[in-house]
Ligand binder design. Structure first.
Ligand code: PBG
Length: 327
């Protein structure tokens, strides 16, 4: 009504940082952030990744430095990706006892004993063709791949992984990995399933870092079509039925609706992966002075958390943890 003052004034609670802090609905906690780490063969290495400024590929003897910095900032978990010594059609380096991830697990357990060590379980870094499983002709053969993924997961558990995280998107891999872990005596090792993983353009920089670009074709015959939301729930149900202990949605920012739907549809912890392209996009704009990096990192991570992700995998984990510890 003209001349009348509004009785409802949401701005009352926005008037000072004290009040904003009091009524903030979503808070990031450093322990909810998971830092991805790339590990390469050799010694003394900290190689820059061109498309991911600030991210490095560490050799086993130095990866503890980076993990320790993150730990001091409050980060309590890392996820490891290995770039192996050699590649072949079936990715045999993935389950070698002296493999790069296996060695990194031992080093990190010693250097940062309290850090939770998660490993990405997939074959694309280990196969010479760069696909996430073995090939029959040009097709990625589902069932023969399951046994190899299971072997890789058991090898990671044996080397000290606290959690294994299959990212390959083969049908039935959670069940196959669960059975193999149980048979090998690792019935207490949880599986974080990349349950909802879209075939995304946002993985580009990661594939540079991990040297895992497919030699031909793409991953659309196994990763999900970004157009599909209902199918995400179908993948979720299947992975839960096969024994997934935690589930992930990836990439994060383009799929906030899916994160919210997954959060509502299950009762296990939900993770979301702010992937390499999401990182690169923010870094590139910030470098040009077009975006304020800290603001948009905090805003995107908060939005991903608000949508329903309990855990967030992010290359910004260390710097974001330093800030959110105080908010
Ligand atoms: C392996 C894997 C990928 C990512 C995580 N695990 C790449 C892919 O599927 O091509 C992407 C992570 C990122 O982009 O940061 N399959």
């Amino acid at each position: 009504m003209p001349g009348e003052f509004p009785t409802v004034r949401p701005r009352r609670l926005r008037g000072s940082e004290r009040l904003r802090t009091l009524v903030r609905e979503t808070r990031l906690h450093p322990a909810s952030l998971v830092l991805p780490l790339f590990v390469v063969p050799g010694r003394g290495k900290a190689e820059a990744v061109a498309s991911m400024p600030g991210v490095r590929r560490w050799s086993v003897d130095r990866v503890g430095e980076e993990a320790n910095r993150a730990f001091e900032a409050g980060v309590r978990s890392v996820i490891l990706f290995g770039i192996p010594e050699g590649k072949d059609p079936t990715g045999t380096h993935a389950w070698r006892e002296d493999g790069v991830v296996q060695a990194a697990l031992a080093a990190l357990r010693k250097d940062v004993p309290e850090m939770t060590l998660i490993t990405d379980v997939c074959l694309c870094e280990y196969t010479d063709h760069g696909h996430c499983g073995v090939l029959h002709g040009e097709d990625v053969a589902n069932d023969p791949t399951l046994e190899l993924l299971a072997r890789e997961a058991v090898s990671h558990a044996r080397a000290g992984a606290d959690v294994v995280a299959p990212s390959d998107m083969m049908d039935g891999r959670v069940g196959a990995i669960r059975r193999a872990l149980d048979q090998a005596g690792f019935e207490r090792t949880p599986i974080l399933s990349y349950a909802v993983k879209y075939a995304s353009g946002f993985y580009g920089p990661f594939r540079d870092a991990a040297e895992s670009t497919p030699a031909f074709g793409d991953r659309r015959s196994y990763q999900m079509d970004p157009a599909n939301g209902r199918e995400a729930l179908r993948e979720l149900e299947q992975d839960l039925a096969e024994g997934a202990d935690l589930v992930m949605v990836k990439p994060a920012l383009p799929n906030l609706d899916v994160i919210a739907a997954v959060r509502a549809a299950c009762h296990v912890p939900v993770a979301a992966y702010q992937v390499s392209g999401e990182y690169a996009m923010i870094k590139a704009a910030a470098e040009r002075g077009w975006l304020d990096e800290e603001r948009v990192v905090d805003e995107t991570l908060t939005a991903i958390h608000r949508a329903g992700a309990d855990l967030i995998l992010t290359y910004f984990a260390e710097s974001a943890a330093r800030r959110c510890a105080w908010r």
